[in-house]
Each structure stands twice: as C-alpha cells, then as structure tokens.
Ligand binder design. Structure first.
Ligand SMILES: C[S@@+](CC[C@H](N)C(=O)[O-])C[C@H]1O[C@@H](n2cnc3c(N)ncnc32)[C@H](O)[C@@H]1O
Length: 222
C-alpha cells in the first residue's frame, strides 16, 4: 500500500528540507539521546535478502543504532554506515566495538555523501527518513550509489495510518516512499523482490509496525 496518494498535495507544493518542526536532524539527535530506540537486532528482511549474496562493499543509509551494519560486517561485508544523528553513530560505534567488528561510521545525509556514486555492491535502507523533493534527489542518490551488477534493498513500513502519523506530527507524504523507489527503478534495473511481508518485532520503537514493504533490485552490469 502506498503511503501517499493523488489526493494529497504533491511534493512540489509542500515545503521541503529538514527545517520543519519534528522532522529535522536535531529531532533525530534528541531521539537518540535517551533510551535505546530500536530493537538492537538485525532486520529480518536484511538477513533474508542478503545472506546469499557474496560480501563486498555495502552502504547502510540511516543506520540508526547500527544493528544492521554490524550484522553485515560480521558477515564479511566492508560496511559504510551513514546517519545524520551523531548520537546514533556514537551508539553504533560502541556496539561495533563490543561486537569486535569494523564499520566506517559516517556522519552524513545520503544526498550529501561524497564518493558515493557507483561505489557499493549493496545499498540498504531500512525505514528511510529521506525527504521527498521535487527533483527526487534522494531516489537518485540511492540508485546512483549502487555499482553496476550491485543490489539495492529498501524496506518501508506498510499500512501506515496517515491520520495517526499526522497526529504525531509526521506526514508520510513528506518522505520517499516504497512507490517512489519502485518508480525510480527504470531501464538498467531488474526488480527481484517487491512484496509486502509480515514482520514480528517485539522490541523497540517500531514494534507496533507489523508489515514491511520490501523491494530488492539489481542494477544490470554495464
Ligand atoms: C526510522 S530510522 C531507521 C533506523 C535504522 N535504519 C533502523 O532500521 O533501525 C531513520 C534513520 O534515518 C536517519 N536519517 C534521517 N535523515 C537522513 C538522511 N537524510 N540521510 C541519512 N540518514 C538519515 C535518522 O537519523 C534515523 O536514524
């Protein structure tokens, strides 16, 4: 199910950027300043979709507290994990040290990340908080980061109740959704997985979400 539909204002008519109350980098910092936010476990869809891939270079976008990046590193991937929240990266670094794995933790937004295009055999994004913009810059950055022959894995929450989200100051229409990612995958990509799945997460702030939208796509070799 899409998190946005045609009756809502298109992105071009809404304010963009990270300066709106409740949506900015400072809000993420604050969120990661308190108790642990997420479950601390690797995402089930990550394990399902990536276990059979040969390890290479991976970019985890919006890594949060780092559980997915740490799992990837433990499987032999060379991991770059980015987040806009330095508090999140501090937690991730500590968890990686405790797990005895190396990850390059980078304080950056996706669009601002240098040395990105074509660099990664795998790009993963779990529950993106990437702003929708009229020029679709986040989608372009995501797809562009994948090397020819590489894989993009994006997982969103499904069946978001827009009214409930808005009552918490969050409008799903403001963010790059599953449909936006699928629409961006044009010539040069093969969609290998596109489905809604149940998820069973009992800990962390996402425990009330029970369905995922999973898209895994492979960029065709040149
Ligand atoms: C919903 S959380 C998901 C965290 C993690 N992927 C997980 O599944 O537990 C979204 C994360 O994206 C980060 N974020 C927000 N804007 C971002 C951006 N422009 N580029 C990279 N990360 C961003 C937030 O700080 C937050 O950690």
């Amino acid at each position: 199910m899409s998190t946005h539909d045609s009756q809502h204002a298109p992105a071009a008519e809404r304010p963009v950027g990270n300066d709106r109350p409740g949506h900015g980098h400072a809000d993420w910092e604050e969120r990661y300043a308190g108790a642990p936010v997420w479950s601390g476990k690797p995402n089930v869809a990550l394990v399902a979709e990536v276990s059979d891939l040969a390890p290479g270079r991976v970019l985890d976008v919006g890594c949060g507290e780092g559980a997915d990046a740490i799992w990837l590193a433990s499987r032999g991937w060379r991991v770059t994990a980015i987040d806009v929240a330095t508090n999140a990266l501090g937690r991730s670094r500590a968890a990686a040290e405790a797990a005895g794995v190396h990850v390059d933790w980078v304080s950056s937004g996706l669009v601002e990340l240098p040395e990105r295009d074509g660099c990664f055999d795998l790009v993963t994004v779990f529950y993106p908080a990437l702003m929708r913009t009229p020029d679709s810059s986040a989608e372009a950055a995501l797809l562009g980061a994948v090397a020819p022959g590489g894989t993009l894995l994006v997982v969103h929450h499904a069946e978001i109740d827009r009214a409930v989200a808005q009552s918490h100051g969050f409008d799903p229409d403001d963010y790059v959704g599953h449909d936006d990612v699928v629409a961006a995958l044009g010539d040069g990509w093969v969609i290998e997985v596109k489905e809604q799945r149940e998820r069973d997460v009992t800990e962390g702030a996402g425990a009330h979400h029970h369905h995922d939208l999973v898209v895994r796509a492979r960029r065709l070799p040149l």
